[in-house]
Design a protein around this ligand. Structure first.
Ligand code: GUN
Length: 286
């Protein structure tokens, strides 16, 4: 069975678009997300375009700031501080990765916690790991919603996450733990990756390596979530999972594209609304 992220995300966005209609009367305006892209990385350009198109489609206000690849760190931090201070801005997203001269951690720390739609700020991360109210990172949140949409309950299941990034691997492992799965996190130094992945009833792959998970690494009936977006040697878009050999064994599998990607965007819309409401209700952490 295909886990159709495109369809589930369309339903989530339709629901949001409905909610947005009531906002101007109640609050005088709609949520406003500012997306900052530094440089000309083609993949990042595609992601940023997709994000701003979705923002407008649900009826939010969207601003995209495009800065040159040689932007100085201080200039970017100043732009962020201006947006922090701007009451008409509800969410700030700086597309990662950033050019080498800019310290990502510094950028993430500078974004006001209350406008951190990515959930990357250390206070949001700390809150997530302490099960306190927080903005949950978009891709992990989208993965959990996609599982729920198919009636897949992680409770008591063996979940294996491949990849330990701050953006996906670590937070999705935490969310799976919170959903009562038994979680193993694998990475580039895992001694026998296939042995670990074969144990998975739920397998989440976010390693950034084209088609690294092949059919013999997956057990019959596993639920397979592919977070990868890569180009293979022929320039074709592919995931971290070799779909052709894994799909026949999986009970559920996400396609690339059309699986996790659209869910990330739908969750970004939800997080933007959440930051907007928290701010207007005076419940924002800042
Ligand atoms: N780069 C890859 N994924 C993401 C994401 O979820 N947020 C941001 N800001 N950058 C990314």
């Amino acid at each position: 069975m295909i886990l159709d992220g495109k369809a589930v995300s369309a339903a989530l966005k339709a629901d949001l678009a409905q909610k947005v209609k009531a906002l101007p009367e109640k609050y005088g305006r709609v949520p406003h997300l500012v997306v900052i892209l530094v440089g000309e990385d083609p993949a990042s350009q595609v992601y940023v375009n997709n994000k701003s198109r979705a923002v407008e489609a649900v009826g939010f206000r969207s601003t995209t700031l495009t800065l040159p690849s040689d932007t100085a760190e201080d200039d970017l931090l100043d732009r962020i501080r201006e947006l922090n201070a701007d009451d008409g801005v509800d969410g700030i997203l700086v597309q990662l990765p950033l050019p080498a001269q800019i310290d990502e951690a510094k950028v993430i720390r500078t974004i006001a916690v209350g406008k951190d739609v990515d959930g990357f700020h250390p206070l949001n991360v700390a809150a997530l790991w302490q099960r306190m109210p927080c903005i949950v990172p978009c891709t992990p949140k989208g993965i959990m919603k996609l599982l729920a949409s198919a009636g897949i309950d992680p409770k008591g299941k063996r979940a294996v996450v491949v990849g330990r990034s701050n953006i996906v691997g670590l937070p999705v492992a935490k969310l799976l733990l919170d959903a009562h799965a038994t979680v193993t996190v694998c990475h580039s130094r895992t001694a026998d990756l296939a042995e670990e992945t074969r144990r998975a009833e739920i397998l989440v792959v976010a390693a950034g390596r084209p088609r690294m998970i092949t059919g013999e690494m997956v057990s019959e009936g596993a639920v397979v979530i592919d977070v990868g977006v890569n180009r293979d040697k022929e320039g074709k878009l592919c995931g971290d999972v070799d779909f052709d050999t894994v799909a026949p064994k999986a009970s559920f599998i996400t396609p690339v594209p059309g699986g996790v990607g659209p869910m990330t965007i739908a969750c970004l819309m939800e997080n933007t609304l959440e930051c907007f409401l928290n701010r207007l209700r005076g419940q924002s952490p800042e």
